[in-house]
Structures are given as structure tokens and as C-alpha cells.
Design a protein around this ligand. Structure first.
Ligand code: CP3
Length: 356
């Protein structure tokens, strides 16, 4: 894949001087930029209308629908960034792995991966597999103008867990059994998913995405030693290839208080922090990097003044970092009232930042 195209976060991009990209680079900002993980989705009535009768993966493979759904929260909230509407298992689906996203459950894989032969059967991703992604990203960048578009991929560990377990898992027991007991199978699988994630990010950036986020949602299931030995090298490889594209890289996981230093070292420009770890504690761990987060997603169910008081604490704490992008500590909960997210967006964007 050619990386000769201009950096979509670079000086010639209309999004270059956006608050989001400036914060990701550690530059001064006019206001704290804000977006929400899973800002597009079931909390929005306009999303539910568009998705009526359309399966999740079919929606993800329809460029017009992807553009519409990605734009919905941007129009409604005026957030500082859009996130490409898709799913972490989409590249697997695109190369032909038999899987589905089951409503209320999540990704389910028909034939879980257990052996080296299973790993070898998964095709390598090429841009031709995901032409619909290129088309959707190009369409979006045109509509978004100066609002940056975040591309994303699932990190090798989190995607491996769905492949090995066959579906969502609390304990990740089969995944870890492979990691501990069949290191050559594990290594081959992680390398393959890592190449797939990097190629997928390259496609999105080549089409105009101006930042990328690597979602390692389930990395918090690992000890620091196991993360460092069996997982971090593979995430590092993905982030290295993404780094060659010039756009800021966000690295996020859930329950990662013990891993924040290692996740930063894996090559992130911005470390995403879930709501369990106060930013005061997270910031010294991530080194000279920006942070993203981390309001408890349930606080939007509290009275508005309670929510905004806690948001103010997050903003104040974030000022000690090299840069701060406001977000929830994990995805928007489907029962969230969109009006409350609108108030939160307005509050964060209007919060005065005295010179540091
Ligand atoms: O953030 C966004 O707005 C972009 C869209 C996005 C989706 N999934 C849409 C989606 C992103 C970035 C993801 C990533 C993703 N998918 C992750 C990492 C982020 C995280 O939440 O930790 C993970 C672990 C998955 C796997 C997955 N896909 C889960 C756990 C689910 C939810 C299952 C359910 O129904 O509760 C999905 C399905 C999914 N992905 C939905 C959406 C909007 C819901 C399906 C629907 O709307 O029909």
C-alpha cells in the first residue's frame, strides 16, 4: 500500500488546526476538544431509523449509510471529531471470515481459531477487500470539512479474543490458554491480525482520515508482564506502521490502570484512559503524551449540574497532560439521553481555559 499521499492531518488539510488535532499533538487549544466513543449508535433516534431492518455488518459495508451514520452525531452535537462508523471485526468480515454481529451480544465467529492451520486460512487484507471503506472515508472527509475524521482498528489482543473464543468473553480463558500454551500459534495469529489492522488503518488514512485510534478494549484482562511479553510488541508494530502515515495515534483500552505506561510506550501520541483511573494518576504514567478521557459514561444519567461538575474536574485534571481530549471513559451507553450529551459537549467546549 502506497503511503505517498499527503498526510490528512498535515498543513494542507482543512482539519490541520482543529482543536482535536492540536490537542493530540500537544499544542495549545482554543477549547478542550470533545468527542464520544460510540457517539453514533443506538442512543440516537436518527440512527435507529436508518438502521431499521438493516443488519449491522450490512450497514458497515454500505458507504452511503456509513457517511450518514458517522455524520449524525457531528450534526447533532457539533463534536470536535467524527469517528468512522464501522466495527473492529469488519476487516475480518471483509477478507471472508464467517462472522456476524448479533444484536445485544456482539461479534460471533462461526469457526473459532484454535490451530496454526486455522490462522493460516485467514487471508491477508488488501485495499481491494475494503473498497467500500475507501469510498465511505472519501465521502466523509468531503462532508466534514475542518472536522477531523478518526479512523480505527481493533488491536491484536482484542480481535484475537473474538476469534479464539468465538464470541464475547469475560475471562478470555481460551485466548489466554493459547497465549500461554501454544506460543507459536499465538504469535502467528497476533502477527496476522496486526498486519490486518495496520493495512486497514493505512486504507483509512490514504482515503483522508486525519487520526487513528487503536481499540484494545479487553487488554485490561492481562497482567503487565503478560501484556509486555505477548501483546505489546504486536500493538507496537501496528502503531509503528500507523506512525509512518504522520497522523496522531490514540491507544485505548478498558481497565488498564496497570498498563497505561506500557500502552504509551507502545507508540501512542494519545493514551485513552477509562473512567476508573483518575487523570491525575494516569498522566504521570503515560509520559510526555496527550491523554483522552475519561468521564464515567453513567454520569450522563445524573442531573446536569452533577454531570458538568464532574466534567469540570476531568478538564482541570487533564490540563496537567501534554494535551487533553475530552471523552467518556468508554462508549456511550445506548440508553443515554442525546440531549444530555449535547449539554455536555456545550459545557466542555465553553469551559474557559486560563493560560498555563
Ligand atoms: O464509536 C463509534 O461511534 C464508532 C463505531 C464503533 C462501533 N464499534 C459500532 C458498533 C466502534 C469504534 C466500535 C468498536 C468496537 N466494536 C469495540 C471497541 C470499542 C469498545 O466499545 O470497547 C469492540 C469491543 C467492538 C465489538 C462489538 N461490536 C461489541 C461489544 C458490540 C456491542 C454488542 C451489542 O449489541 O451490545 C458491537 C456491535 C456494535 N458496534 C454496535 C455499534 C453501534 C451495536 C450494534 C447495533 O447498533 O446494531
Amino acid at each position: 500500500m502506497s503511503t505517498a499521499a499527503a498526510d490528512p492531518s498535515g498543513p494542507t488539510s482543512p482539519a490541520h488546526d482543529s482543536a482535536f488535532l492540536r490537542a493530540a499533538r500537544g499544542q495549545d487549544v482554543p477549547h478542550t476538544p470533545v468527542w464520544f466513543m460510540r457517539q453514533a449508535g443506538r442512543s440516537l433516534p436518527e440512527y435507529l431509523r436508518v438502521r431499521e431492518g438493516v443488519a449491522m455488518l450490512d450497514a458497515c459495508m454500505d458507504p452511503e449509510m456509513v457517511v450518514e451514520i458517522t455524520m449524525q452525531p457531528v450534526r447533532r452535537y457539533g463534536v470536535d471529531a467524527a469517528i468512522f462508523f464501522s466495527d473492529i471485526v469488519l476487516p475480518l468480515k471483509a477478507v471472508g471470515v464467517d462472522l456476524d454481529i448479533v444484536p445485544g451480544v456482539g461479534p460471533v465467529v462461526a469457526e473459532p481459531v484454535r490451530t496454526l492451520a486455522d490462522v493460516e486460512r485467514i487471508p491477508e487484507l488488501t485495499p481491494e477487500h475494503v473498497g467500500f471503506i475507501t469510498e465511505a472515508v472519501r465521502g466523509l472527509v468531503g462532508e466534514l470539512g475542518s472536522t477531523p475524521l478518526i479512523g480505527f482498528a481493533g488491536a491484536p489482543f482484542t480481535v484475537a479474543s473474538y476469534l479464539v473464543e468465538g464470541g464475547p468473553s469475560k475471562e478470555h480463558a481460551k485466548t489466554k490458554a493459547m497465549m500461554f500454551g501454544a506460543p507459536e500459534v499465538w504469535d502467528a495469529l497476533m502477527r496476522k491480525i496486526g498486519r490486518m489492522a495496520a493495512s486497514y488503518l493505512e486504507v483509512q488514512v490514504a482515503a483522508g482520515a486525519s487520526a487513528v485510534q487503536l481499540f484494545d478494549s479487553w487488554a485490561g484482562a492481562l497482567t503487565p508482564a503478560d501484556y509486555a511479553e505477548h501483546v505489546a510488541p504486536h500493538s507496537t508494530a501496528v502503531l509503528e506502521r500507523a506512525g509512518a502515515l504522520g497522523v496522531p495515534r490514540i491507544h485505548f483500552g478498558v481497565g488498564t490502570a496497570n498498563l497505561l505506561d506500557l500502552m504509551g510506550e507502545a507508540g501512542a501520541d494519545v493514551v485513552g484512559v477509562d473512567w476508573r483511573t483518575p487523570l491525575e494518576r494516569a498522566i504521570p504514567l503515560v509520559g510526555d503524551r496527550a491523554v483522552q478521557g475519561n468521564l464515567d459514561p453513567t454520569l450522563v444519567f445524573a442531573p446536569t449540574d452533577v454531570m458538568t461538575a464532574r466534567a469540570a474536574q476531568v478538564i482541570e485534571a487533564g490540563r496537567a497532560a501534554r494535551g487533553h481530549i475530552f471523552n467518556l471513559g468508554h462508549g456511550v451507553i445506548p440508553a443515554t439521553d442525546p440531549d444530555q450529551l449535547a449539554r455536555l459537549t456545550e459545557f466542555v467546549q465553553g469551559y474557559p481555559l486560563e493560560p498555563r
